[in-house]
Design a protein around this ligand. Structure first.
Ligand SMILES: Nc1ncnc2c1ncn2[C@@H]1O[C@H](COP(=O)(O)OP(=O)(O)OP(=O)(O)O)[C@@H](O)[C@H]1O
Length: 325
């Protein structure tokens, strides 16, 4: 995952919704979570374990923070790649206090041994640890405090079934509708004290690829553009000029998206291409293409996944042709 800059961190902290009422869109998920959190309060117990699945930037971390905030408990944050052994996980789990919310981002990237330890921890609030070495080694079972696990994944299909089954609830986050992104942009501008005209907010929303994180990022770029050019209000013109400068087109596609489409259309003659070949051709990790770049291109119908690889569609080709004019 790309490390945020300090400006991004500061702005994100200001913009992150802290309650489900502030959380824009995803109505179904919000209603489901509301019910789970209310039921937990009613029975005075920790909420069930929750799995949040969906592409990056749609609000998984935000929802984990809201769950903790709503339960009045701290959020303990870690990520799958940081848990490389069952020992890493055991020390984290044994430090939890009753009712804590443990957030594991990219949970599909945890090590196998840690995953197995997590099954027991989620179900029985126990961990089995090995003590000693060689023939004298023994497994002892330790009790841990009851906690709520919130797992986030961009690749729910990669989670083993036994792990998936241990979550009481799975929320599938969808790309946001343009109207919701207009709300995200408007809310963010208010929080940052930026004045933005409504057609400018619409134009930013349609370039945000269905993703609040991108909406906030584009707003920051336009804010910079307006500030440097001494424009007190963000207008449609400021948005168009800033987007041109940053090479973001009318659908929100950037240079890497266009590079992929161009390669698929020309170098590979609109024939299916394997993921690893495509990754080498554009100099990106296959994982980044699969989890970050291509889901949106597939969603807008520019690329399709076939059993033989990725293929550009007629829509994708038409978009490239239009962009060249
Ligand atoms: N529903 C929403 N309403 C308003 N702002 C939102 C919403 N969802 C996300 N955001 C904003 O988008 C930013 C990114 O959200 P978040 O970090 O929760 O995404 P994520 O799904 O965890 O991404 P990743 O998988 O890359 O970690 C947040 O800082 C937040 O300000």
């Amino acid at each position: 995952m790309i490390e945020p800059t300090s400006d991004e961190r500061e702005v994100e902290a200001k913009l992150r919704p802290t309650s489900l009422t502030e959380f824009v869109g995803q109505e179904k998920v919000v209603n489901q979570l509301n019910l789970i959190l209310d039921a937990a309060k009613l029975h005075n117990r920790a909420p069930d374990h929750i799995l949040l699945a969906g592409p990056p930037g749609l609000g998984k971390t935000t929802l984990a923070m809201i769950v903790a905030h709503d339960s009045g408990k701290p959020l303990r944050l870690t990520s799958g790649p940081a848990i490389q052994s069952s020992g890493d996980l055991a020390s984290m789990l044994s430090a939890l206090q009753s009712g804590d919310v443990l957030f594991i981002d990219e949970i599909h990237r945890m090590s196998r041994s840690a995953e197995e330890m997590l099954y027991l921890a989620m179900e029985d609030f126990r961990v089995d640890v090995m003590v000693g070495k060689g023939p004298g080694a023994a497994s002892i079972s330790l009790e841990i405090a009851p906690f709520t696990l919130v797992g986030a994944t961009t690749r729910s299909g990669m989670l083993p079934t036994p792990l998936r089954d241990r979550f009481g609830f799975t929320a599938f986050l969808e790309y946001y509708e343009p109207a919701d992104l207009v709300s995200v942009v408007t809310r963010a501008s208010q929080k940052l004290g930026i004045e933005i005209e409504s057609d400018a907010a619409n134009a930013l929303a349609t370039r945000s690829r269905g993703t609040p994180r991108i909406a906030n990022r584009l707003l920051r770029r336009v804010r910079d553009f307006a500030a440097v050019n001494r424009q007190p209000v963000i207008t449609m013109d400021s948005v168009l000029s800033a987007m041109e400068l940053f090479e973001v087109d009318a659908l929100g596609l950037d240079r890497v998206d266009r590079q992929i489409l161009t390669l698929l259309a020309t170098q590979f003659s609109a024939k299916p291409v394997g993921l690893s070949t495509l990754a080498v051709a554009i100099g990106e990790e296959p994982d980044t293409i699969e989890a970050v770049i291509e889901p949106y291109l597939i969603r807008i119908g520019f690329i399709q996944r076939t059993p033989r690889g990725r293929e550009i569609t007629q829509h994708g080709i038409a978009h490239l042709t239009q962009a060249k004019r």
